[in-house]
Design a protein. Structure first.
Length: 123
């Protein structure tokens, strides 16, 4: 058995994910959510990618992350170009992936002490 130091400290980390819910810390959440190491914004309005509008990303923009992970549900689906253009114009890097992959990647970046946020769609 290999032990590793948990460097996440008091940061919000994803402890579990399954279709329909996510556990952040010791909280079970059944709605879409925005999470960063220091902020938890829930509920987040869109439940499906088709509902996502540029205005929905304003809470993320206010966090000013260096990278945003967009979890699009069970499958990776790219948002409309206008959504991505809004992030690009504000010089926020982003990656689009299924929600499970976004959760795993988020935790890795938090452990590296990166300024990351994740917008996770929970269908």
């Amino acid at each position: 058995m290999k032990f590793t130091l948990d460097r996440t400290g008091p940061a919000h980390v994803v402890r579990a994910y399954a279709p329909g819910y996510i556990r952040i810390g010791d909280r079970d959440i059944a709605t879409s959510v925005i999470v960063s190491p220091g902020e938890l914004i829930e509920p987040w309005r869109p439940r499906q990618l088709a509902e996502l509008e540029p205005a929905d990303l304003e809470p993320v923009v206010a966090l000013a992350p260096e990278v945003l992970l967009i979890g699009t549900g069970a499958r990776q689906v790219f948002p409309a170009p206008a959504i991505l253009a809004a992030l690009h114009s504000r010089r926020i890097g982003f990656e689009v992936m299924d929600t499970g992959a976004a959760c795993r990647t988020y935790n890795l970046l938090v452990a590296e002490d990166r300024h990351v946020a994740a917008a996770l769609l929970i269908e």
